[in-house]
Design a protein. Structure first.
Length: 59
């Protein structure tokens, strides 16, 4: 099983079976972040814990 994170169509992170990540990204209205599990779904689970914080723009 593979796991990954994409922002729009760009890969931000990929791992095999599991993994951890910690990063900050800037987003604008209309952009998306996708958390993916693919390449095999054989009786496993994929827990996900994340924190999303909205900050004020500095511009």
């Amino acid at each position: 099983m593979k796991v990954g994170i994409r922002k729009d169509s760009d890969w931000l992170w990929q791992g095999v079976n599991s993994g951890s990540f910690n990063f900050e990204i800037s987003m604008t209205s209309g952009e998306s972040v996708d958390f993916l599990v693919y390449g095999g779904y054989y009786s496993g689970n994929t827990p996900l814990e994340l924190t999303i914080i909205k900050t004020n723009s500095i511009y």
